[in-house]
Design a protein around this ligand. Structure first.
Ligand code: NZQ
Ligand code: ZN
Length: 381
């Protein structure tokens, strides 16, 4: 196991009725900006719950943070927040609203154009922020990362805030209204977050491996109920917690990681608008296929422990594990090939060119360059 420091200060507040206590976590003297997406919170009652809980607080509202939050929208929130001297930013929504809020909280402490924060990949300073989650997928509720898009140039970059959310409230009942395609995207995202921290080399940490495998098994087990039975509180609870645990650093302690699929997926979303979790379902099986020789030992462990695959020689087991992964995404109702989205050579070429220009090197061994990215994209054609 490699050396590490683990420090995750986010207070996770979980369960039925917890949104009603929101006011207890926020000092009445601070000025709060509430940030929302396109309006789902008005339909499912979360907006009313938040407003009621904060009725004695000093709040203003910012609406319209879109899926794959855009810098063009967030600049407006930053100007308003600077003018209003906001102390605390409260995201009410999914990962996009929270990611956008992270950029706004950093942007109010930054003098230049906030897009520079996304380009640099980190923020030196940030105002306080917190969240009430209504869609679990990204793990943004318990990490300092955020992914921001720029509409004018079709770019999408991740950055790390200098702060974590002060708190995140997860009431599984808020997820009852999530449309089935967004749930499928979310389950895919959670599963691939775990894989990107797991699918490297064996023998680095038994406990990290077992935690990761446990989250993947849980997602595979609950997925049918999550998709078919929207009001099942217990599976929605596990779904929400899996999302938080998958990307709060807990399964990454002391082990190597390979975020290739995410990096390729972000480009695909930036250029085509395909939802984040949906891009991963297309790219991950191809990544595994192209990298199967270097990741063979870990794929064999994954085949055995997550999918209980046995029989046949090692190469056959590896192949079955790749197929099981693709079938899992298919079982969520997701597409797993680029042509199904009408994505062809032109987009593939553009993505490869972007990686080549930026000289991006990915993978746990730093050996996945633009040429390997091209192989992966051709594999999922
Ligand atoms: O905008 P509203 O009206 O709220 O509707 C949203 C949106 O249209 C809707 N929704 C959310 N909660 C709902 C609901 N509809 C009904 N009932 C509810 N309870 O769902 C739509 C999608 O929401 P979005 O926030 O975009 O989804 P998600 O949480 O999957 O976030 C995706 C974004 O997170 C980034 C992705 O790249 C993408 O931009 N990621 C962030 C990460 C992080 N911060 O650590 C890591 C991830 O790998 C990911 O890259
Ligand atoms: Zn993701």
């Amino acid at each position: 196991m490699q050396n590490f420091i683990y420090h995750n200060p986010t207070k996770l507040i979980f369960g039925k009725g917890e949104i009603a206590k929101l006011g207890e976590y926020i000092d009445k003297r601070v000025k709060v900006m509430l940030l929302f997406g396109g309006g789902s919170v008005k339909q499912n009652g979360v907006y009313d719950q938040v407003k009621k809980a904060l009725k004695d607080h000093n709040t203003i509202e910012f609406w319209g943070i879109e899926p794959n939050p855009k810098i063009e929208t967030l600049r407006k929130a930053i100007s308003q927040a600077k003018a209003e001297k906001i102390d605390l930013f409260l995201a009410v929504g999914g990962g996009s609203v929270l990611d956008g809020t992270k950029l706004v909280a950093a942007g109010v402490k930054y003098d230049g154009d906030p897009w520079e924060i996304a380009l640099k990949g980190y923020a030196d300073r940030s105002a306080d922020y917190a969240s009430v989650m209504t869609l679990s997928a990204t793990g943004s509720e318990m990490n300092a990362g955020a992914v921001i898009s720029r509409g004018e140039t079709n770019e999408k970059f991740a950055f790390f805030s200098s702060k974590y959310p002060l708190f995140s409230i997860l009431d599984p009942q808020t997820t009852y209204s999530i449309p089935i395609d967004q749930l499928a995207n979310g389950l895919s995202d959670i599963f691939v977050h775990v894989l990107e921290q797991y699918m490297t080399a064996t023998g680095q940490s038994r406990v990290m491996d077992r935690w990761a495998e446990g989250i993947m098994q849980t997602i595979a087990e609950i997925a049918p109920t999550v998709l078919d039975n929207p009001n099942d509180y217990e599976t929605r609870s596990d779904y929400m917690i899996c999302a938080a645990l998958a990307l709060n650093g807990m399964i990454a302690m002391g082990v190597t990681q390979d975020w290739s699929t995410h990096m390729i997926g972000h480009e695909l979303t930036a250029l085509t608008g395909i939802a984040h979790g949906a891009t991963l379902a297309v790219i991950y099986p191809a990544t595994l296929s192209v990298l199967k020789d270097r990741k063979k030992d870990k794929i064999l462990q994954y085949a055995d422990r997550v999918w209980r695959i046995s029989g046949g020689n090692e190469n056959m087991i590896v192949q079955k594990a790749i197929s099981a992964t693709e079938s899992f995404f298919r079982s969520l109702g997701l597409k797993t090939r680029l042509f199904e989205y009408g994505v062809g050579e032109e987009i593939i070429g553009e993505i490869v060119e972007r990686f080549a220009k930026r000289k991006t090197i990915l993978g746990e061994n730093g050996d996945i360059d633009a040429a390997v990215v091209k192989k992966i994209l051709l594999e999922c054609k």
